[in-house]
Design a protein around this ligand. Sequence first.
Ligand code: HXC
Length: 261
Amino acid sequence: MSDVRFDGRVAAVTGGGGGMGRAFALDLAARGARVAVCGRRPEPIAETVALIEAGGGEALAVPCDVRDPAQVDAFFAACSERFGAADLLVNNAAGNFICPAIDLSPNGWNAVISIVLNGSFLCSRAFAQHYREAGHERGSIVSVIATYAWTGNAGTAHSAAAKAGVQNLMMTLAVEWAPLGIRCNSIAPGPILTPGATENLFPTEEIQAAMSARIPAGRLGTLDDVVAATRFLLSDDSSYVTGSTLTLDGGGWLPRGMFAS
Ligand code: HXC
């Protein structure tokens, strides 16, 4: 078990009302960070805050659609007012559904690009502005992408293109914001057993078994897998790591090799 602590740090987590986002928020709070979470619906993020407070931590919930610049600015302003400017950010908010590109409506494309790519930009930008204003000297951003950012993914052209954009954005920001002390990295999970992804993307045990069989590690990912990797990239344990992507997929995206039987 890692003994990493985030005492004195302030973390912002987008999409903090469930699944991975809630898991990141709980882990950060349990390790001493004060945590601001946002999400579109008030109830799930309020529940995340209640869980953190029940564990003795401090947290703030701000309803926010990351597609809307004004709402994003209001989220980071509320965080600064309550806890001081954030110095840790997890760009976790995402939207996805399976639909062949040929049948995807422009509005469906825009919805996912806006949440994933535009939302990650808007949140990173607002985070950095508040961070700079506060005079912080070390910070870390972790964006959640997916291995299909570089493989493509039949059935989710919208999400794959958006995640590729986010990965590229983190590399650019890693260079631009290094003088500010902000590191910018991505994690690229394969399929993770969160309630939302399970319902939307791999709802039956048969589908999950077929997916597991294609993964060299023989299983789908867990919340513990993504939390541990994100904690590492947020912490000073990774202080020389920036512009990188940490792949968490049990080897799932790798080719099997030309001599595989
Ligand atoms: C085709 C669809 C669709 C579907 C929505 N649309 N679902 N088209 N098949 N299943 C279209 C709608 O018809 C509409 O276009 C447009 O998308 C916008 O839909 P709305 O419902 O109005 O949008 P909104 O309420 O903003 O919802 C956003 C969403 C939604 C992305 C569409 O799915 C969402 O919010 N999902 C919750 C978050 C989520 O999915 N999280 C899981 C992320 S997992 P028209 O033309 O009809 O107006 C992930 C990584 C997985 O991202 C990695 C696995 C390895």
